[in-house]
Design a binder for this molecule. Structure first.
Ligand SMILES: Nc1ncnc2c1ncn2[C@@H]1O[C@H](COP(=O)(O)OP(=O)(O)OP(=O)(O)O)[C@@H](O)[C@H]1O
Ligand SMILES: [Mg+2]
Length: 300
């Protein structure tokens, strides 16, 4: 089988525990992401999601293991990988537009100024920012607007991989819903590959092609790969009617409420997450034979 676009192989992260020893955040995390996929990762606070993302971004080095993108080792930050942090991290002294043009000009050094501005303005418009608003500085924007700017900035650079760390964590439900729709629209328009951390199960079901589930740390594992067998386009109010919706949702809730703790600290003999796939549209659930025992245990 050919290697996926992004491959994470045997990733382990250990940190000093502050008492002369060390603790293992996660061990042997192994998974792949295909080009154009939208993958979410869910897990409790502290299990190591941001640590994984920082390694994928090239912002930190794992204790052991490798990350390869397009067959190349990831080391150090690169314009090929765009990151949206939870806290927006816009440059406060630049306007919304300049926060976007800054990166675009670096990414496309051959473009003249007019083309950079046109491209950046188009991406801001995709997330609903037009007119005078784009000339305001971050301090003059609402939290939702700031997060829109950071999403526009990341997509406008057209990276090969977009990494989003709980991008909507600080937003109210209404704004969150609107920006989720905008995010999906930009992702569809641009065919980019997205890896997103979220705490929100419903958000993950709405957005993702598949969801990776992490057990609790320390010694966390990427234990499961849950396919979201709900066709796109997905509309928030309609997906709850889909026959697979509650099967998927209940599985995720059960994992986070119980199994993430039960499996915590246990090393697994698998070297990639078990695939879980619900399809009740044909009246029967399809189980990957590899994961059948696990699924039966879950559904008991
Ligand atoms: N530089 C560091 N040095 C020591 N320990 C660290 C460092 N960075 C993270 N940790 C520890 O690693 C663990 C995982 O942290 P991480 O930020 O990846 O969690 P997370 O899953 O993103 O949590 P949250 O959902 O709260 O954002 C935590 O126990 C944290 O204290
Ligand atoms: Mg985090």
């Amino acid at each position: 089988m050919s290697k996926p676009f992004l491959s994470i192989e045997q990733l382990t992260q250990r940190y000093p525990d502050g008492q002369g020893g060390e603790f293992t955040v996660f061990e042997n995390a192994t998974f792949g992401i295909e080009k154009g996929e939208f993958v979410c990762i869910l897990g409790h606070s502290g299990c190591g999601k941001s640590t994984i993302m920082n390694i994928l971004a090239g912002l930190s080095e794992p204790t052991s293991g490798v990350v390869k993108m397009d067959g190349q080792h990831v080391s150090g930050p690169s314009l090929d990988r765009g990151v949206v942090f939870q806290n927006y991290s816009l440059l406060p002294w630049l306007s919304a537009l300049k926060n976007v043009t800054f990166g675009v000009a670096a990414r496309f050094p051959d473009w003249d100024k007019a083309k950079v501005v046109e491209h950046s303005t188009a991406f801001l418009a995709k997330v609903g920012l037009t007119g005078d608003t784009i000339h305001r500085k971050p301090s003059q924007l609402s939290g939702g607007m700031r997060q829109r700017v950071s999403i526009a900035r990341a997509f406008a650079n057209e990276p090969k991989l977009l990494l989003l760390d709980e991008p909507f964590g600080a937003l109210d439900a209404l704004t969150r819903g609107t920006i989720q729709e905008e995010l999906i629209k930009v992702w569809k328009d641009t065919d980019q590959t997205v890896f997103m951390i979220t705490h929100d199960i419903d958000e993950a079901i709405l957005l993702a092609d598949r969801i990776l589930l992490m057990t609790n740390g320390p010694l966390a594992q990427v234990a499961e790969n849950v396919e979201i067998t709900i066709p796109r386009p997905r509309v928030r109010n309609d997906i709850v009617e889909h026959p697979n919706y509650y099967a998927i949702r209940n599985h995720l809730v059960h994992f986070l409420a119980k199994r993430s703790a039960e499996l915590s600290g246990k090393s697994s003999d698998r070297n990639s997450p078990a695939t879980v796939r619900f399809d009740l549209t044909g009246e029967t659930a399809t189980e990957d034979p590899e994961t059948a025992p696990l699924l039966r245990a879950v559904q008991a």
